[in-house]
Design a protein around this ligand. Structure first.
Ligand code: ADP
Length: 408
């Protein structure tokens, strides 16, 4: 009897102890799960509880790895969008900023962190933009002019995910500038050709309709020839410019003697001046210049020819080559009409002339210094102009030391 009682008591104690132990393990498991089971060390449990803990731990690890993989992929994607030269901005359903890349922040002067969750229309307040976003018609892009520097922006909204908007923006200032330059250039060329063409047509009509003496005929033909020559020079200079823009960079292994360039220039200017100027040539140094021979000859000849054209009869023209701190310098000095200071910085622009009629009378196309500038920049050199109005000018073509071999 007493044995049975002891057995019953033992059993009860055993059951209670088991239940207590199970409850403890259960509480430890729940506590572990409630806290961050992925970070906290798992409890030391036994039996089934250990199996459950191990299983949960395995599942969580697997989920963690998957999450990490997704986060890595997302970060890579955002990283790629971040370095994109195009601006990208994500807007929520209320048009508040969710995310933007550095380019968009820079273009719209936004702070990537502080401006998050701000209404985009509070930050980009231009009426055209506000109208565009509210119109919900995003098939066409919108062009905006932004900030004091008048940046030209092209942007377009793309709806996604039921009401969210993707805003793509590009800085098109440079493209617009080039397009404007192209339009101006076409207009300038047409304008330059129109005048001699009209004159030429006028003479043709006169010759067709009026009886002319032999002397008049010959004078008219002379004038027609001049206009034809003017158009020919223009076309030839335009082709030279086009060739300079398209061709490969000048070689570094073809060497042209500075003396040969001076000789060429001397012949050209003497022929043009026909004894009306005092022309002197100095070879202060002798060197070889690496580059394109015909381009170098044409650049130096261009500034020397200008010296003749813009210097009155009796004036002096000095053409020299010298070495200054390793740089090769062709210098043309004249005692001509000089250039007012405010014009100097513009002289290398296409068709820029101070005195249009003087330029045309002397056969100028307004493209000579543009050609010179192009040749120099292709050879890594630069043009320096000093001038005093009424006294004369000094044009210097400077070539970098890497292209110069001193042979003194
Ligand atoms: P152009 O065919 O008109 O001479 P360029 O491009 O060679 O065109 O020169 C641009 C302008 O620079 C000229 O129209 C002229 O006004 C000015 N210029 C160039 N060289 C001289 C010079 N040596 N002296 C005075 N003005 C010059």
């Amino acid at each position: 009897m007493i044995y049975s009682l002891i057995i019953v008591i033992c059993l009860v104690v055993f059951i209670f102890a088991g239940a207590f132990f199970a409850k403890k393990q259960y509480e430890q498991l729940i506590l572990w799960l409630r806290r961050d089971a992925t970070r906290e060390e798992k409890p030391h449990l036994t039996g089934r509880w250990k199996e459950i803990t191990d299983y949960v731990e395995r599942l969580l690890k697997q989920r963690n790895q998957e999450n990490q993989h997704t986060i890595d992929q997302l970060n890579k994607l955002l990283g790629a969008i971040q370095v994109s030269p195009n601006g990208v901005l994500l807007l929520d359903k209320d048009h508040k900023i969710e995310w933007c890349n550095d380019t968009a922040a820079k273009l719209f002067h936004l702070d990537r962190e502080l401006d998050k969750q701000q209404y985009i229309t509070n930050l980009i307040r231009m009426p055209e933009f506000v109208d565009y976003i509210e119109s919900q018609q995003y098939q066409q892009p919108l062009k905006l002019t932004q900030g004091i520097d008048e940046k030209k922006l092209m942007l377009q909204l793309h709806p996604y995910d039921e009401g969210r908007l993707l805003l793509l923006v590009n800085d098109i200032t440079q493209i617009e500038r080039i397009e404007k330059m192209r339009r101006n250039f076409v207009a300038d060329v047409s304008h330059e050709i129109r005048t001699p063409l009209a004159v030429l047509n006028g003479f043709i009509e006169t010759m067709q309709n009026l009886p002319l003496s032999e002397e008049e005929r010959s004078r008219y033909l002379d004038l027609m020839y001049q206009q034809g020559r003017r158009m020919q020079s223009l076309v030839s200079d335009l082709l030279t410019l086009a060739r300079l823009e398209d061709s490969t960079p000048p070689p570094m292994d073809q060497w042209i003697a500075s003396d040969a360039i001076l000789d060429h220039t001397k012949n050209t200017v003497q022929e043009l001046s026909a004894g009306h100027h005092t022309i002197t040539i100095h070879a202060d140094a002798k060197a070889l210049i690496a580059g394109n021979e015909s381009e170098l000859i044409s650049a130096v000849a261009n500034i020397a020819v200008n010296a003749v054209r813009y210097t009155k009869e009796g004036g002096c023209i000095e053409i020299s080559f010298l070495l200054v701190d390793g740089e090769g310098v062709f210098r043309v000095k004249d005692t001509g009409q000089g250039i007012p200071a405010q014009h100097i910085k513009n002289l290398t622009q296409r068709f820029y002339r101070i005195d249009k009629s003087r330029s045309r009378e002397t056969g100028g196309t307004g493209l000579g210094l543009s050609i010179v500038k192009h040749v120099l920049s292709r050879h890594g050199g630069h043009l320096d102009i000093e001038s005093v109005e009424g006294k004369g000018s000094i044009f210097s073509l400077l070539f970098p030391s890497q292209r110069i071999k001193n042979i003194n």
